[in-house]
Design a protein around this ligand. Structure first.
Ligand SMILES: Nc1nc2c(ncn2[C@@H]2O[C@H](COP(=O)(O)OP(=O)(O)OP(=O)(O)O)[C@@H](O)[C@H]2O)c(=O)[nH]1
Ligand SMILES: [Mg+2]
Length: 288
């Protein structure tokens, strides 16, 4: 950590640590480099950051080349995007249907030809779920690069598929992966298992998805009024500053203090911009 680094540097550093997709990482690293102090003592750190950035950019170019420049993106909605990746007939469409109500399972392998998108509700948080077609073309796998989390779903009776999926994870540089075996036949699964069709253990899967997304939700509120019922979601470790910025830039500019129910010392205690918020906090922003 460079000496005399300013607030922006630490904020950018946190953003980089929280970045989940390749694009997010590149963007955060660029900000981090911009915010790094210019003095001599920080030269080494800056050089390291630049090397890291060059490596990430090379990764991105390689991924693009592999797909012949064809990249499919699924516009993100909700708190995060989660992809389901797996081989033919692993039960991806069944899982998508169980999680979101969207999805047409079929006994025919490779039945899903294009990415299918649904919205899953975890408690009161909307999470987007995308089924990637089984062909595993680089074009469609490019969606997984931009997703915050990838579920690798495999038929519990075909453990050899795990190895094949591990190879894909490595080749595609996918990091945030949740492995799930789908118990289609009677075969007992090794590791975490669900039954996509009956929904067995799917609630546990949803809970794991939420955990792995490393998000917190907060409910903002205006003094004298009830808190919003729809939460705002932010990366874990976010502060009142991030909440204020997300609500409106004027809230940050004119910020005086916030009252917090949840993570504060006592319900409704006054906190400043640096207060780290926790999941399910109620945040009342006071501006002047
Ligand atoms: N009994 C049972 N059948 C399942 C389960 N999951 C999937 N199936 C069946 O297995 C077949 C394939 O399931 P899909 O969900 O279509 O598989 P997929 O991974 O989407 O496959 P493609 O997109 O076609 O490559 C369908 O007939 C499903 O109904 C399960 O958990 N239990
Ligand atoms: Mg399918």
């Amino acid at each position: 950590m460079p000496v005399n680094a300013g607030y922006e540097y630490f904020a950018a550093q946190r953003k980089y640590q929280e970045a989940r997709t390749l694009d997010e990482k590149i963007r955060a690293l660029e900000e981090l480099i911009k915010a790094a102090p210019g003095h001599k003592g920080a030269e080494n750190v800056l050089a390291q950051l630049k090397t890291k950035l060059a490596r990430l950019k090379a990764q991105k170019t390689a991924a693009r080349k592999k797909s012949g420049g064809r990249v499919t993106t699924v516009p993100k909605t909700g708190a995060a995007q989660v992809c389901i990746v797996g081989f033919a007939n692993a039960g991806k469409s069944e899982l998508l249907r169980t999680l979101t109500g969207v999805g047409e399972p079929s006994p025919t392998p490779y039945a899903t030809k294009t990415p299918r998108v649904g919205m899953m509700l975890y408690e009161d948080v909307q999470i987007q779920v995308v089924e990637i077609p089984s062909g595993m073309s680089s074009e469609f796998l490019s969606i997984a690069h931009n997703a915050e989390l990838v579920i690798f779903l495999y038929d519990a009776a075909k453990t050899e598929d795990v190895e094949r999926l591990m190879k894909i994870a490595e080749d595609e540089n996918l990091e945030n992966i949740l492995w799930a075996a789908n118990v289609i036949s009677e075969k007992k699964a090794v590791g975490f298992a669900v039954n996509a069709a009956s929904g067995d253990n799917v609630d546990e899967l949803k809970r794991m998805v939420w955990q792995r997304l490393r998000l917190v939700r907060v409910y903002t509120k205006i003094a004298g009024k009830k808190a919003e019922t729809r939460p705002l979601t932010l990366p874990k470790g976010s502060t009142v500053r991030d909440v204020a910025r997300d609500v409106h830039k004027d809230f940050l500019k004119n910020f005086k203090f916030a009252r917090v129910w949840g993570s504060a010392k006592f319900p409704g205690a006054q906190v400043g911009l640096d207060h780290v918020v926790r999941d399910k906090d109620i945040i009342e922003l006071h501006v002047g």
